[in-house]
Design a protein around this ligand. Structure first.
Ligand SMILES: C[S@@+](CC[C@H](N)C(=O)[O-])C[C@H]1O[C@@H](n2cnc3c(N)ncnc32)[C@H](O)[C@@H]1O
Length: 213
């Protein structure tokens, strides 16, 4: 997507109020990364279409995307994992303030250790954490994704560097190569249908095929 388009779209979606606006302001002032407005709207749309009974999120930060998804469907529940204790505490306060705490399980810990311990299955999974570990997150998330479930990953185009043909700068090389490998890995998973959407920092969305009985 070209810059003019994205600016235009962001402006249209810049309509939050109340707690969501407060969290956006806090994130802005304190350099906390949260989903871009068009990604927030995308998540909201997917939840409204899918009506997931339960959602798993890797990377809570201060609770913004969880709140977007919880507000989109009043019957859904979210299990969200955050390894930064200070951010997790702020997320907890935000869930309480938004009167959504009853529908959230906030796990403070490293998703690399937490994900293998999960036994429940999820209808929707959102991965939005450290890019270097996407492959590990993805495999574990696929294990706990219901048939017919949806798995979304944010940041897969890494500010355009992943898709850009120009020589990759040394400091970004490892992450860019890893992300390229990751993209071809998920596109080749035979139980998934996956596409890539160039909004935000690049999203992938995969659907796990329903098994025939
Ligand atoms: C981009 S932010 C998440 C933003 C959030 N999804 C939102 O839009 O409101 C990524 C978060 O993932 C957390 N994180 C990174 N690696 C993690 C890991 N291995 N386990 C758990 N959390 C992790 C970071 O501390 C950070 O707060």
């Amino acid at each position: 997507m070209i810059d003019g388009d994205i600016k235009f779209i962001r402006q249209l979606f810049d309509t939050s109020e109340g707690i969501l606006r407060d969290i956006e302001n806090y994130a802005n002032e304190n350099f906390v990364p949260i989903v871009k407005p068009e990604v927030a709207r995308f998540l909201e749309t997917v939840v409204k279409i899918k009506h997931p009974k339960n959602i798993l999120e890797v990377g809570t930060a201060i609770g913004y995307s969880s709140i977007i998804m919880l507000k989109a469907y009043e019957k859904t529940r979210v299990l969200t994992i955050e390894k930064d204790i200070d951010r997790a505490e702020i997320a907890k306060r935000n869930f309480t303030e938004a009167s959504l705490i009853d529908r959230v399980e906030l796990v403070k810990g490293d998703a690399i250790e937490v994900l293998p311990c999960l036994n429940n299955k999820y209808d929707l999974i959102f991965i939005d954490a450290s890019k270097g570990h996407y492959r590990e997150f993805f495999d574990e998330c696929l294990r706990v994704l219901n048939d017919g479930g949806i798995l979304i990953c944010d940041n897969i185009l890494y500010k355009g560097h992943v898709a850009n043909d120009v020589r990759v700068k040394h400091k970004r090389r490892t992450i860019v190569y890893r992300m390229r490998d990751f993209i071809s890995y998920i596109l080749n998973k035979k139980e998934l249908v996956t596409t890539i959407i160039p909004i935000g920092d690049g999203l992938s969305i995969s659907v796990k095929e329903e098994k025939d009985d």
